[in-house]
Design a protein around this ligand. Sequence first.
Ligand SMILES: NC(=O)C1=CN([C@@H]2O[C@H](COP(=O)(O)OP(=O)(O)OC[C@H]3O[C@@H](n4cnc5c(N)ncnc54)[C@H](OP(=O)(O)O)[C@@H]3O)[C@@H](O)[C@H]2O)C=CC1
Ligand SMILES: O=C(O)[C@@H]1CCC=N1
Length: 312
Amino acid sequence: MGYTLCVLGCGTMGVAILSGVLASLDARHSFVPQPKKWESHTPGTVTPQTLEDESLPSRFIACVSREETAKKLANAFFSAGTLGRNVEIVQARNVDAARQSNVILLCCKPQIAQKILSESGMKEALDGKLLISILAGVTIAQLEAMVLPSTKVVRAMPNTPCKIREGMTVVSTLEPSDESELERSIILNIFSSIGRCRFLEEKHFDACTALSGSGPAFACIFLEAMADGGVMMGLPRAEALELAAQTLQGAARMTLQAGTHPAQLKDAVTTPGGCTIAGLLAMEDGRVRSTIARAIQVATERASELGQPGKR
Ligand SMILES: NC(=O)C1=CN([C@@H]2O[C@H](COP(=O)(O)OP(=O)(O)OC[C@H]3O[C@@H](n4cnc5c(N)ncnc54)[C@H](OP(=O)(O)O)[C@@H]3O)[C@@H](O)[C@H]2O)C=CC1
Ligand SMILES: O=C(O)[C@@H]1CCC=N1
C-alpha cells in the first residue's frame, strides 16, 4: 500500500522535505507494530486504517535537470541511510517520473515552472493527480492554467528546518469534499511529519513566504549577531553559537509550548535596574523591531513579484 511521491526539481527544499519525510517514516517503522484489530470494511468506503495506508508515501522519485546534481543527490540520500527506502533519482525525465507518481511536489524555482509543466505529455501525466507547489509567488490560478482541470493544485510554503523535522509549513485551504479528505490526509502526513503544518487562505501566502519561508535566514542573522556579541566579550566562537542557538530555541519553545506571550517572557527576564534592560534599550535605539518587521514587509512584497514574469 502507499503512493508514489515525485519531487519535481529536487534542490535545497526538495531534499529538505524528502529527508524529513524519510526520517519520519523510519521513526514510525522503528516501533514494533501492534496487532491490528479486525474491523468491518465496506468496499469503497475509506476507514481510518485504509486512509492512513493510502495517505503514506511508499515510493520516492526525485527529478533534476543536470547530471552533476543527480550525482550529488545520490550521495545525499545514500549517506542519509534510511531503512532501505530508496529514492529513485532521475535526470531530465520529468514526464516519465510524473506519469509513475500519484502525488507531485513541485519544488523548482518559480521561473522554471512554466517550462516543466509545459513539457510534452506533462499535462496528461498529471491528469487526476495532486500537484503540491511550494513555489514562492506563483498562484494557484497561474498553476491551474498550466495543467488540466482534473489536476488538483494545492500550494504549500515550507521552510528549510523541514530537513530536521522542525519545519513550518502553511498549506492553502481545501474546499471540503469527499476527495479532499484523502488529499488533506496526504498533505498532513507529509508536512506534519516534518514539523508544524497549518492551513491558511492563499491570500496570506506572500506574507507566509516572507515570515516562515525566508524566516530561517532572518533568524540566523539574529543568531549570528548574538554570537558575535558574545565573541566580542571574549567567549569562544563555538560556545557563543551554542549559547545563542539554544537560547533562541528555548525562548521560541516557551512561546509555542507554554503559550507564553513574548512580551511576558521578556518582562520576566528584565530585572529592574539590571543588565537586560540596558541591552533592550540599546536594541530599541537601533530600531531593531521596525527593522525586523520591515524586512518581513519587503520580503512579502518581493515574494508577490516572483510569479510575475516581468519582475523576476
Ligand atoms: N530555499 C528555501 O528556503 C525555500 C524555497 N521555496 C521555494 O522552493 C523552490 C525551490 O527552491 P530551492 O530548493 O531553494 O531551489 P534549488 O535551486 O535548490 O532547487 C531547484 C531544483 O530544481 C531543479 N531543476 C531545475 N530545472 C529543472 C528541470 N527542468 N527539471 C527538473 N528539475 C529542474 C534543479 O536541479 P539542477 O541543478 O539539475 O538544474 C534543482 O535541484 C522555489 O520555488 C522557492 O520559491 C519555498 C520555501 C523555502
Ligand atoms: O528566497 C526565496 O525566494 C525563497 C522563498 C522562501 C525562501 N526562499
